[in-house]
Ligand binder design. Sequence first.
Ligand SMILES: Nc1ncnc2c1ncn2[C@@H]1O[C@H](COP(=O)(O)OP(=O)(O)OP(=O)(O)O)[C@@H](O)[C@H]1O
Length: 287
Amino acid sequence: MDFDAFDKAGAPGNKLLTAMLAGGDDGAMAFWTAQPDKARKAKAACDPRRADYAVFDAVRVTRGGRTVLADLSLTLSERRVAVVGLNGSGKSSFARLLNGLLLPEAGSVRVFGAETRTVRETLPRHVGFVFQNPDHQAIFPTVEEEIAFGLTQLGRERKAARAEALAFLEAQGCAGLAQKPFLDLSEGQKQLICILAVVVMQPQLLVLDEPFSSLDGLSTRRLMARLEALPQKMVMISHDLRLVQAFDRVLWLEDGRLRMDGVPGEVLPAYLADIERRAALDDGAAA
Ligand SMILES: Nc1ncnc2c1ncn2[C@@H]1O[C@H](COP(=O)(O)OP(=O)(O)OP(=O)(O)O)[C@@H](O)[C@H]1O
């Protein structure tokens, strides 16, 4: 792929960035195309050394005219934070607030000390976002180009970026995938490459929206082990509660509100008990 095509007045990038700023799901890929020249010049106001990397203050988010997050106030400083909740409870919306893909309608979200609405262009350098669906994230034909693109966003020259991408893939044991078309990868390989494409940029915070949604149990365990070995702080949405048992903190969202917030040993059994209670009510209604 010709990287120039992406730099010419941000041709496809502008369209995607506009979609991202509109807050729609169509803007998912725009994370990767946030106008590199501008991003390089912009003065970053984030302080990635801050221990409290995210501060939500009375946040309300509206999507499609409906309030999907309400009265959310919390501070994140733990290395591994899990977000759980039923479908539609607001988990993805919460994750998107962390890298400025969504902005609150009321209240504020500060990430590494900066309000996200003021650092939207530079935030992706500090917050790597892995989408639930790899096809929403990857935009380049080959694996090597996908990895290299993130490095050009950090200011590397293209040739250097491609060489670095190859070396990185080799170090990750993925040299054999480098020249493969992204679309020819298995779902597990796609998920892995999407995670690596974010990790190569060395963001201080990784936000993962159900990164294992289409993986078998073994691939999930292997990818999780890779993630666990990373030094980055991590916020991960997961429906697989076994994966987050060893996390430092669990946020349980329900109908856009924080139902419970604590250590896995307290929150996960309560969440599971609630699921059982609801299922029993369903069974009772069906009988
Ligand atoms: N682009 C959008 N436009 C309008 N409403 C949206 C949009 N995206 C999400 N919503 C609504 O926001 C609410 C929360 O959605 P969100 O994706 O944050 O939930 P979730 O907990 O991540 O769900 P899931 O577990 O199914 O992925 C849902 O009611 C959903 O219908």
